[in-house]
Design a binder for this molecule. Structure first.
Ligand SMILES: Nc1ncnc2c1ncn2[C@@H]1O[C@H](COP(=O)(O)OS(=O)(=O)O)[C@@H](OP(=O)(O)O)[C@H]1O
Length: 809
């Protein structure tokens, strides 16, 4: 039976080595679950007789060997039954008092190992079935880490993935300086000596890959991907094609003596033609700021002229007429005017801008989004794609992602070790060896290895002087071809962007992060915008629990302000739950007043509570802010909601009784009734929805309001709420709320002595729920209510009165 496409990763609590594994998995976007610390309790391995995990990885072989035998047996049984393989890393260091020549046994496997070995030349076994991305052939050179473990198998289940090189006499030395000659002798005597081995499962029915080191070493990164692919029968596998785009920003920008000369333009053209031999159609993308043409030395102006003459050789994209940052412009007209100047410049010089791609100087306006930029890009250039390194954050780079906003596809942009000021190899920050490391298996190689699509950012200055741009990519491409079977490909930006979102459709929807959470984001966010005007807390529902009354009471507080009303959804903004979210952060913020001192701003949308996407979105934008949940008996909530639908003339609610609605059978009843039933009953599974919230928010930020108390004694409920929200000034509600007999609810006491109540839609008159429905719903929600009691206890929240009464535990 096949296992699902997920990795189960066992990590030490203070894991450092495991980070490399997590980074690899996050880069390639394989799903994984981490199991840390005490592994006496294994995670659930199956769902409905289906395996949950396709491969199991232990960052340390000894974690597996140390499992209690029952757990190890269960794991092994799972692997056999579901054809699941395991990957182990072994990176144990001997203590100084231990014999450096010690060869130890690996648990009960027919396998021995030796640690702290410094490897000399070794090779990849070209016949290993594991190899996919890994390209055999080359001798693996020094320096490699000097803390390798090597394996000595004595069963034919094991085959080498890497092994001692045929022409090398001595393969290893002791890294700690103990008796190198003895060590050499000991190792020479071992016929089979493998740094990475594959267990084909002949011995005990389970396939495994053992790595005698960590993923720090570039070759292990490649082989780790191959191991995942091989052990999962290709399910955890990414294609060999790697699409890449190289942008050259700031063309025509730059102070004199740092810009391109004619010889540099020629070198760029030559390099491009060379690349086209292997990568058909490859073209550099040149980003221009027309205003600065001919502003260098005479020789540099000659090069500008040559670029114009040869412009057909490249694809061009607008940067910004005078390299201004988009977020400086609140007035879209002005921003569009500047863009128009650059467009006229492109028309005058016949630039090929057919790729409908643009890059914003300093990434400004792309993320955090400045709507004016998106508007002008569309209006002036009909832009369809761009790229930034700022989404969701610059670092860590393995978490950079793409999104689509206002029909513009935003791709993640990669750094390649070159910045505007890196022009001369000898002056590379930290020394040229740093750049070589980045290229030879370091971060640039990693970008190519893990990302199926790369958009690299370089600048005009990287192609003059020492032409580090050409040097870097030339060396990188050779490195990739030497060690991997990756196939480098090129596609123009729009096609590339489409390909990106076909590969990663889940990235299409954006996530709006709090712009004030990061200095870099704040620097490219308009000064006119202010995070203080975002709500400090949000009343999230669920619907029909008294949220409007709560909202109204809160607005009576002298230091509390709510959002401006929406023309369509009244007091609710309903941003996080529906399509409004795609209108963007500026749209959301336009609902909130400029904050005054001592004022707390809040929002309430009762649709938030039970929508799966909301907790993630809300906590991303409003981290460490409170969410307020009002809970009443879910049966009463369902009944009130049903009455609400009836009074709005919903066809099904008008036709079917409440009992018929809640007991309708899927497959038998009309779909509209089943839909009504789902919307009626689903929000009442409070425990399930709260669990979803707790995945994203710490329990201390969840405030529970007892909806019955809010009805019967609102002053007390409001006192509790203010305390839970940490208000410094507690407003006394007993002076402004009065029970209104006619309404049957508490209302606002006006200075005239009269009361002002909520409208007819709140606190409706309708008959009591029928006894059959009461009984049915009692059973229906019983398990969920019991769970809720346990959950609230577990997070130290008071149990609402209605729930204690029902409490079964
Ligand atoms: N003071 C006061 N005045 C009026 N109504 C009050 C009040 N306090 C609580 N309630 C209860 O609020 C119920 C409506 O809940 P919501 O406001 O959350 O509904 S909505 O989701 O916003 O439509 C509403 O439900 P119905 O009684 O079914 O109309 C009331 O029971």
């Amino acid at each position: 039976m096949p296992a699902r496409q997920k990795v189960l990763l066992f990590l030490h609590p203070k894991s450092t080595v495991g980070k490399g594994i997590q980074i690899a998995l996050e880069f390639v976007r394989f799903k994984f679950q981490v199991q840390t610390g005490d592994i006496r309790n294994l995670p659930v391995l199956t769902d409905d007789n289906k395996g949950r995990y396709a491969v199991i990885v232990f960052e340390d072989l000894f974690m597996y060997l140390g499992l209690q035998s029952a757990n190890r047996n269960a794991l092994d049984k799972y692997c056999r039954e579901y054809n699941v393989g395991m990957i182990f890393l072994l990176h144990y260091h001997k203590k100084p008092e231990e014999d450096p020549l010690l060869i130890s046994q690996v648990g009960n496997f027919p396998l021995r190992y030796m640690t702290d070995v410094r490897l000399k030349d070794y090779e990849i076994n070209e016949t290993s079935p594991l190899l996919r991305i890994t390209r055999p052939g080359a001798v693996v050179p020094l320096p490699t880490p000097n803390d390798w473990t090597v394996f000595f198998p004595y069963h034919h289940t094991y085959t080498a993935v890497t092994r001692k090189h045929r022409n090398t006499r001595s393969l290893a030395f002791d890294s700690m300086g103990h008796g190198a000659a003895d060590m050499e002798q000991t190792i020479e005597n071992q016929e089979k000596l493998y740094p990475v081995i594959l267990d084909r499962g002949i011995y005990d029915g389970i396939q495994r890959v053992f790595f005698g080191s960590t993923l720090k070493f570039f070759l292990n990164k490649i082989m780790f991907l191959d191991a995942l692919s091989y052990l999962s029968y290709g399910r955890l596998s990414i294609p060999l094609e790697r699409y890449f785009q190289i942008d050259i920003d700031d063309v025509f920008v730059g102070i004199p003596d740092t810009r391109l000369l004619i010889s540099d333009v020629n070198a760029l053209l030559n390099f491009q033609s060379q690349l086209r031999k292997n990568i058909p159609g490859f073209s550099f993308q040149l980003g221009f700021s027309g205003k600065f043409i001919y502003s260098g030395t005479d020789a540099e102006s000659e090069a500008d002229r040559m670029l114009l003459k040869m412009s057909d050789e490249f694809l061009w994209f607008p940067h910004m007429w005078s390299h201004m940052q988009a977020h400086w412009f609140l007035n879209a007209t002005k921003l569009c005017d500047y863009m128009e100047l650059n467009r006229q410049f492109a028309i005058r010089h016949n630039f090929n801008t057919s790729s409908h791609y643009a890059v914003a100087p300093h990434h400004a306006g792309v993320y955090p989004v400045h709507e004016q930029l998106y508007y002008c890009w569309k209006k002036i250039w009909n832009i369809s794609s761009t790229s930034t390194e700022e989404y969701l954050s610059l670092r860590p780079d393995h978490k950079r992602r793409g999104f689509i906003h206002k029909n513009i596809m935003v791709l993640p942009r990669q750094t390649c070790g070159l910045f505007t000021h890196t022009m001369v190899l000898d002056m590379y920050p930290g020394g040229q060896e740093i750049l070589l490391e980045i290229i030879d298996g370091g971060s640039l190689f990693q970008s190519f290895l893990y990302n199926q699509i790369n958009v690299f950012m370089t600048h005009q200055s990287n192609y003059g002087n020492d032409r580090l741009g050409l040097f870097t990519f030339d060396r990188e491409i050779k490195f990739i071809y030497k060690w991997t079977n990756l196939r480098l490909k090129y596609e123009p930006p729009m096609a590339l962007a489409r390909r990106y979102f076909n590969i990663y459709p889940e990235e299409r929807e954006p996530l709006w992060k709090n712009p004030c959470a990061q200095r870099r984001h704040l620097e490219i966010w308009s000064e006119e915008k202010n995070c203080n005007s975002l709500p400090s807390f949000v009343v999230v529902g669920p619907q029909k629990t008294g949220t409007t009354a709560l909202y109204w009471f809160l607005t009576m507080h002298p230091h509390v302000k709510s959002n401006h009303p929406s023309p369509t959804t009244f007091e609710e903004v309903q941003f996080f739950s529906g399509s409004n979210y795609f209108k963007g952060l500026d749209w959301y913020m336009s609902f909130f007043p400029t904050p005054e001192n001592n004022t707390v701003i809040f929002e309430k949308s009762a649709t938030y509570f039970d929508q799966q996407v909301v907790p993630k979105r809300l906590t991303m934008l409003l981290p460490s802010k409170h969410v307020v949940v009002v809970l009443i008996d879910p049966a009463k909530r369902a009944y009130s909601w049903y009455q609400h639908m009836r009074s709005h003339n919903d066809a099904s609610a008008s036709k079917y009784s409440f009992y018929e609605t809640i007991t309708a059978q899927p497959g038998k009843a009309p779909p509209a009734l089943i839909s009504l039933q789902r919307r009626c009953l689903d929000p009442g599974f409070y425990a399930r929805h709260l669990e979803n919230w707790l995945e994203y928010i710490q329990s201390q930020y969840i405030v529970i309001v007892d909806g019955d108390l809010l009805k019967s004694d609102p002053s007390s409920a409001m006192f509790n709420l203010q305390t839970d929200l940490g208000f410094t000034e507690i407003y006394q509600y007993d002076k402004i709320l009065k029970f209104d007999k006619r309404k049957g609810f508490f209302c606002q006491l006006l200075p005239t002595g009269k009361t002002k109540c909520l409208g007819r839609g709140k606190g409706r008159q309708y008959p009591d729920m029928d006894q059959l429905s009461v009984k049915y719903l009692d059973t229906y929600y019983k398990e969920s209510n019991t769970k809720l009691t346990e959950l609230l206890r577990g997070i130290n929240k008071p149990i609402p009165g209605w729930l204690s009464e029902k409490s079964v535990t």
